[in-house]
Design a protein around this ligand. Sequence first.
Ligand SMILES: *Cc1c(COP(=O)(O)O)cnc(C)c1O
Length: 220
Amino acid sequence: MVSAAERWLEFKNEVTAECLSLDRDPNQIEIIVVTKFHGSELVRELWNAGARNFGESRHQEASQKVEELSDCPATWHFVGQIQSNKAKAIARYASVLHSLDRDSVVDALSNSENQVAGFIEYNLTDDPGRGGVNDEAELLRLAEKISNTETIELLGVMAVAPQATDPNVAFARLRKISERLVESHPAAKYISAGMSQDWRQALAYGATHLRVGTAITGNR
Ligand SMILES: *Cc1c(COP(=O)(O)O)cnc(C)c1O
């Protein structure tokens, strides 16, 4: 049996090798281990193996885990949909929010005592009901709103590649969208993209933040 700690070390090596083949600097890539549905013991094992960035997608589960792991000062990322009435509570433990997509969430965070960094989620599917902003005009408008807060540092764009489409096509689109954002917000140059099944394609299209669950944690 391969342990999660071993999978983490192996995954890091694979990312390093892939970066070298793409002529990218592996030190510029952040690997966020998505630990949703796993208990705090698994997070602790990964922490002991050197992982420092963890991602969660549900507030209640995340806040409990963070409390159980108060002796491990990890960086917590929130990657799930954010309800505006939970946004401030999430910002108490998560320092990076990957799924900003609505005014109400930005408004809630703008009068929080906690500073956060954030990505605007872009919806690459044809279903406008999915999480994420649906077009570039909306992206640029929300980016402007975020820039006018004193509590949110805008890092860039985030997306999930739609199922049953070529991830290369999805991530090529995301990269174009990122370039549009950078024209007006030069510091917002980061791209949160790539999961267990498609992180290599995401890296090829400029992802800087990989959100990887099962490839490291094992099945949920
Ligand atoms: C669960 C999740 C991931 C990780 O997915 P895996 O396929 O297990 O790597 C990444 N991003 C988001 C938004 C998720 O909800």
